[in-house]
Design a binder for this molecule. Structure first.
Ligand SMILES: Cc1cc2nc3c(=O)[nH]c(=O)nc-3n(C[C@H](O)[C@H](O)[C@H](O)COP(=O)(O)OP(=O)(O)OC[C@H]3O[C@@H](n4cnc5c(N)ncnc54)[C@H](O)[C@@H]3O)c2cc1C
Length: 394
């Protein structure tokens, strides 16, 4: 009998899980992959878009490229999830399956930070990054703040990357001496599990005269003033925010969450509902919200689903290990290999920023494009061109 699976969300986690199930049980698989968007993009491409390194339409990969045995992609907005009957509702009707995998990621609550929408900007949504590409060139002098408005947030290095890349941007325009940059983050160090990566980042901030303000978050904005959680007021001319993160509404209404996120069993990524798994940013598993961890969780969830289908058991629990790249600017990238659950406490191994790691990061991206979409770079250029034509003719 075919295994009927619905994967909710075609991001890092959903794409990896769908790929594994297709490769392993292809002809016996009947998998529906649902996403509200028609294309995928890597989180890190928002930084490239924001600073004008890449055009917005070149970083999107259309889901129409997916041709995997047993997998059918549906562009639909999920409006309800019933974890008891394993039924998913969209405006087009309902989908029902034997196994549900919730991989809907994290959304942003912009309104949770009063004044952010009116007086600030954010680069965590694609639209926010696109908007900033036109706003950043307007800053000629004054104070720029990169500020985190709430934790947990996706990709812990991304605020530091934003500040370092802004430094490069202003330097290349000959404006750095006219501007000051501050970075506000709620942790004691930029990447708490890796003291070495944190040390390297703090050194980079000092060398570039970026004011690092740890242990604080931005609570509110007034016109040209950021208010921190202890009441400190910081005047600004440009505010680049990291908004408060929340689970998507449809997940909050499903009965799957506790304290705002979905708790899962690390051994198999199962929720409290039989046959219902959750992976990635939407969970409270204990790793940071990042694509590499969503992908790692997808591997274990897929192994558990396959084992259950075959009547065996998966005995490899999720270790919470993954490698995160850190844009240091000046054409260099560092990497931190972190492991959250193998030892008594999380630990990270730092690899210094280098040009070689720029290539490593490129390979990270292109290998996923090849694996999930069957695209090499030449094929992706063609697919992107096609997506552009479709957009223009719509
Ligand atoms: C600036 C920035 C830089 C980053 N850099 C990195 C990095 O270098 N490395 C790294 O590993 N991670 C990075 N990340 C984080 C990474 O993008 C996310 O953590 C990762 O995408 C999470 O994967 P996921 O599968 O859990 O969710 P997502 O990839 O967010 O996928 C969730 C999917 O669900 C869909 N969805 C949501 N609600 C609905 C609905 N109601 N109906 C239908 N579809 C819906 C969404 O459209 C989305 O496609 C970065 C993020 C940002 C913002």
């Amino acid at each position: 009998m075919k295994l009927r699976v619905i994967v909710l969300g075609a991001g890092f986690g959903g794409l990896e899980l769908s790929s594994i199930l297709s490769e392993t049980i292809g002809d016996n698989l009947d998998l529906t992959l649902i996403d509200q968007n028609d294309s995928f993009f890597f989180g890190f491409s928002k930084l490239d878009v924001m600073f004008g390194h890449k055009a917005a339409n070149t970083v999107k990969i259309p889901y129409s490229s997916i041709t995997k045995p047993g997998v059918r992609f549906c562009k639909e907005i999920i409006t309800a999830i019933d974890p008891v009957t394993k039924t998913v509702t969209t405006p087009n009707g309902t989908h029902k399956a034997d196994v549900l995998v919730v991989a809907l990621g994290a959304n942003y609550d912009i309104a949770a930070t009063p004044g952010l929408a009116e007086y600030g900007n954010e680069y965590y949504t694609f639209e926010g990054a696109v908007k900033l590409r036109d706003i950043i060139p307007n800053i000629k002098k004054g104070h720029a703040i990169v500020g985190v408005c709430g934790a947990p947030f996706k990709c812990p290095p991304a605020p530091s990357e934003g500040a370092l890349m802004l430094h490069d941007y202003l330097t290349s325009g000959g404006l750095r001496d006219e501007c000051t940059i501050s970075l506000v983050i709620p942790f004691g160090s930029p990447i708490p599990p890796s003291p070495d990566s944190s040390k390297a980042l703090v050194k980079a901030f000092e060398e570039r005269n970026i004011q690092f303000i740890p242990q604080h978050k931005v609570s509110a904005l007034r016109e040209k003033t950021a208010i921190l959680d202890d009441g400190t007021e910081l005047p600004f001319d440009l505010f680049l925010g990291i908004p408060k993160h929340v689970a998507p509404d449809v997940v909050l209404q499903s009965g799957l969450t506790e304290n705002g996120w979905i708790p899962v069993d690390r051994a198999n990524l199962l929720t409290k509902f039989p046959g219902v798994y959750a992976i990635g940013d939407v969970t409270s598993i204990g790793t940071p919200k990042a694509g590499v961890f969503a992908e790692g969780a997808a591997k274990i969830a897929a192994a558990s689903i396959i084992a259950a289908y075959r009547g065996t058991e998966n005995d490899n629990p999720y270790t919470g290990a993954g490698s995160c790249y850190i844009e240091f600017g000046k054409g260099q990238v560092a990497r931190v290999d972190v492991d959250f659950f193998s030892g008594p406490k999380p630990f990270g191994i730092h690899h210094d920023a280098s040009e070689l790691l720029v290539i490593d990061k490129e390979i990270f991206g292109s290998s996923r494009k090849a694996r999930w979409f069957g695209l090499n770079d030449a094929k992706q250029d063609a697919a992107t061109g096609l997506a552009e034509q479709v957009t223009q003719t719509n």
